[in-house]
Design a protein around this ligand. Structure first.
Ligand code: USQ
Length: 402
């Protein structure tokens, strides 16, 4: 199978590329290297030292004999570049990760909101548009988010994308319809993923495109079997307040003796998946496309749910860390329940890696090894969801941290 990976230089794109290349697929990356530029903009760096994309590909070829293609293309703004690249490749599948993927970054300022919306929405639309224009029957696999469902306490299990609803008809009878689960985004970033869903719905219906949307939970971990093969194949690992995600952040904080930055009560419950399972799920999705003419196939790509304060306590028990209870910069329910169906990927063969399997310790070790690269002043999350929350944050001045 020939696969075009849009955004193959990122946190998921890179290990996914290696995983697919290792399976013997022909893999070609298009990436504008924006994640590296955003590091420069923010003045932070990955905890792990990353080589250039060219060097990474060279090392992979040396280690495995497999080539990975690379073209520097801005998927969101360079439509003709994207189209001619796809036309030349004629891939069997397109894996789409060419997104600004951080909720806090998307909420930092009006400019970051504009950038996130224009980049993310245009990127998805230009890919769909190009596939139709080129009459390319490639299976599009997109990394979406569990965040499209929101975190309201509905009291019912979250289904995989679609909700059967009874509609009361004018004659008093009723009819059942499967609708996209009501979108309930919690940030500008999550909002773009809700908009993606509508674009997929339209293009699957109107043009018969084959689309799989993977509604992914929070990814934790950094290494996969393939990134472990050489020190220069290492994956990026974000710890800062804009791009670091909660579990990886807590583990890094524990490793360097920083109190764990729990927002609010820590009563937020979220879905999680390890990076190794994430790349396996991508493989499973690629191998199991929907039929042409079918609706978008939606899989919930997560393996466990945890309440944040339980996670924090688990890490404190493991490492002796302490918790800092911080004002929450986000508008989100203080407490929520989350029960999620994920039968489809399990049925396809996913064997979940759980938090209990010793990988937490591995991450603490990675963090200790590279602790000298951490700028402690970049740990707190400063992007606030509203002006009122920004004032509260400024007032607290990070005082909860001893
Ligand atoms: N949180 C803390 N302390 C921290 C950082 C985060 O308490 O130091 C809390 C947040 O307030 C939030 C939860 O942890 O309640 C999750 O935050 P996060 O930054 O780990 O994750 P999120 O912003 O939701 O976004 C991440 C990825 C995104 C992906 C999403 C999956 O950046 O690309 O789509 O996880 S999900 O959360 O399931 O929507």
């Amino acid at each position: 199978m020939r696969i075009a990976v849009l955004g193959g230089d990122g946190f998921i794109g890179w290990p996914a590329t290696l995983h697919l290349s290792n399976l013997g697929f022909e893999v070609f990356i298009a990436d504008n290297l924006s994640r590296r530029w955003i590091d420069t903009e923010l003045g932070v760096q990955s905890l792990t030292p990353m080589d250039s994309i060219q060097e990474r590909r060279r090392v992979w070829r040396e280690v495995t004999g497999h080539d990975i293609g690379f073209e520097r293309i801005d998927v969101a703004s360079d439509y003709s570049g994207l189209k001619s690249w796809l036309d030349e490749l004629r891939p069997d599948a397109v894996l789409h990760l060419a997104k600004q993927r951080a909720a806090p970054y998307s909420m930092k300022s009006d400019q970051h909101k504009n950038y996130t919306v224009s980049n993310n929405v245009n990127a998805t639309h230009q890919v769909l548009n190009a596939l139709v224009e080129l009459s390319l029957d490639a299976h599009l696999v997109h990394i979406g988010t569990m965040g499209v469902y929101g975190y309201a306490n509905v009291g019912a299990t979250i289904p995989e994308g679609y909700l059967p609803v009874d509609i009361r008809l004018d004659d008093g009878s009723s009819s059942t319809l499967d609708i996209l689960y009501p979108a309930n985004p919690g940030s500008i970033y999550h909002m773009t993923k809700c908009l993606d869903q509508l674009m997929f719905q339209f293009y699957a219906k109107n043009d018969g495109l084959r689309v799989t949307d993977l509604h992914q939970g929070i990814v934790w971990g950094t290494h996969t079997d393939q990134t472990r093969r050489h020190v220069q194949l290492i994956n990026r690992f974000d710890y800062d307040g804009d791009y670091g995600t909660v579990l990886n952040r807590f583990l890094i904080q524990a490793a360097i003796g920083h109190p764990l930055t729990v927002h609010g009560t820590g009563g937020q419950t979220r879905a999680f998946i390890h990076i190794q399972d994430c790349v396996r799920c991508i493989e499973l999705a690629l191998k199991n496309p929907p039929e042409r003419g079918a609706r978008t196939q939606i899989f919930n790509q997560m393996t466990e749910t945890y309440r944040l304060r339980d996670l924090a306590h688990m890490i404190c028990d493991l490492t002796g860390a302490e918790v800092a209870w911080l004002p929450n910069p986000r508008n989100e329910p203080e407490e929520n329940e989350l029960v999620v169906r994920n039968d489809q990927l399990l049925d396809l063969g996913l064997q979940p890696t759980t938090l209990k399997e010793g990988l937490l310790e591995e991450l603490v070790d990675v963090a200790k090894k590279y602790a000298h690269r951490i700028d402690r002043s970049r740990i707190l999350s400063t992007a606030a969801w509203s002006k009122e929350r920004a004032e509260r944050l400024a007032g607290s001045n990070g005082n909860a941290i001893g």
